[in-house]
Ligand binder design. Structure first.
Ligand SMILES: Nc1ncnc2c1ncn2[C@@H]1O[C@H](COP(=O)(O)OP(=O)(O)OP(=O)(O)O)[C@@H](O)[C@H]1O
Ligand SMILES: [Mg+2]
Length: 162
């Protein structure tokens, strides 16, 4: 069995609202320049998680799936950039997007299918891995810190599995 580093935090949600709540709580730990990579099969709740981040960041606009637009920008306390890497072949596709503009700056970048483009991100990131669990509305959400700052910050998040 794959060994799980203890820094990984695992949560279970029973419906969409609980997933949004978890994301909203996580949003309080975010600082400008942060990158979140969202992984998980179709329909697990990646967009739902970003909706919760947006709520937590005080975004008023409705968050839509960025599948066809690739990148959407929302105005909250800090800007939220929402990218969908579903149609990208790999990290190299991100270089063509001029994404540097969104990195290490004022905003938070959340990337659906982010595990496909992980190699693009040189700085720290948090990986959010969502999977189906048990009954139809249950999800397992693992938060995997990519860097020591995220290890520290995740300790401030209450709840989750022991
Ligand atoms: N516990 C849960 N957490 C999140 N979403 C849930 C949960 N239970 C049920 N759902 C439903 O699952 C769906 C998740 O859709 P969402 O668009 O967020 O997934 P996605 O991972 O972004 O999909 P895609 O890969 O197509 O982008 C929604 O219809 C939501 O209502
Ligand atoms: Mg989605």
């Amino acid at each position: 069995m794959e060994e799980t580093p203890h820094e990984v935090r695992t949560f279970r949600t029973g419906n969409e609202e609980e997933t949004r709540d978890l994301a909203a709580r996580l949003s309080r730990l975010l600082v400008p320049g942060d990158v979140l990579l969202l992984a998980g099969e179709l329909g697990t709740g990646k967009t739902c998680f970003v909706k919760g981040l947006a709520e937590g960041l005080g975004v008023q606009e409705k968050v839509l799936s960025p599948t066809f637009t690739l990148l959407r920008e929302y105005r909250g306390r800090v800007p939220l950039y929402h990218l969908d890497a579903y149609r990208l072949k790999g990290p190299e596709d991100l270089f063509d997007l001029g994404l540097e503009e969104y990195l290490g700056g004022e905003g938070i970048l959340a990337v659906e299918w982010g595990d496909r483009v992980r190699g693009f991100f040189k700085e720290e990131y948090l990986e959010v891995e969502i999977s189906f669990a048990g009954e139809t509305d249950e999800r397992r959400i693992r938060l995997l810190p990519g860097g020591s700052s995220w290890e520290r910050r995740l300790r401030r998040l209450d709840g989750g599995d022991p």
